[in-house]
Write a protein that binds this ligand. Structure first.
Ligand SMILES: [Zn+2]
Ligand SMILES: [Zn+2]
Ligand SMILES: [Zn+2]
Length: 181
């Protein structure tokens, strides 16, 4: 595989969810000089590296997702961009569909039964919402635990080391069971 990265400097943020170790290794194998930064201090270099690479489509090994492109029916693949992961249609360039990729947390939406995913507000605050948004408007700030409230049947949310009912009116609270590792 030739990504045309020979002698290019690629700056990867180890904190960014997008650039995993595997990808850095892949880049290095293509002859790029890979600089892995562990702090935001190198943001400027990262931006510069992005600019240098502009105009060249970097082919990164693709991971298939279970999301089907609504435009052409292909299975969308997970891509790595400067702002983290996103989904793109493998039908590119005929189909240019892309959409944000959301991490599923393995808990079903209490409103519609679809997956709850982790999202971020524009300001970067984490929240949990239904994957079917905007069709379904379920969202909570705390991570749903997957356990149901024994009093009202709604979801219990993780709040520190407690599980609290998502319904404030109900007010049910219990200690979080200690995870066995
Ligand atoms: Zn498509
Ligand atoms: Zn929903
Ligand atoms: Zn409750």
């Amino acid at each position: 595989m030739d990504l045309g990265l020979k002698d290019k400097v690629v700056v990867c943020m180890s904190s960014a969810s997008g650039f995993g170790k595997g990808i850095a290794t892949e880049f290095a194998r293509e002859g790029a000089k890979v600089v892995v930064c562990t702090s935001e201090a190198f943001k400027a270099e990262l931006d510069q590296a992005e600019k240098d690479l502009d105009g060249e489509r970097i082919k990164v090994p693709e991971e298939e997702s279970d999301v089907v492109c609504e435009l052409c029916g292909r299975r969308m693949v997970i891509k790595y961009g400067p702002h983290g992961r996103f989904l793109a249609c493998p039908g590119f360039p005929e189909c240019r569909n892309t959409k944000p990729y959301f991490e599923k947390i393995g808990v079903a939406c209490p409103k519609c039964g679809k997956d709850i995913v982790m999202k971020k507000t524009k300001k970067g605050r984490k929240y949990y919402g239904c994957i079917d948004n905007p069709e379904c408007d379920f969202m909570v700030w705390q991570k749903p635990s997957g356990e149901k409230c024994p009093r009202c049947g709604k979801l219990l949310l993780e709040k520190g080391n407690k599980l609290v009912c998502m319904d404030e009116q109900c007010g049910y609270v219990k200690n979080k069971p200690t995870e066995e590792k």
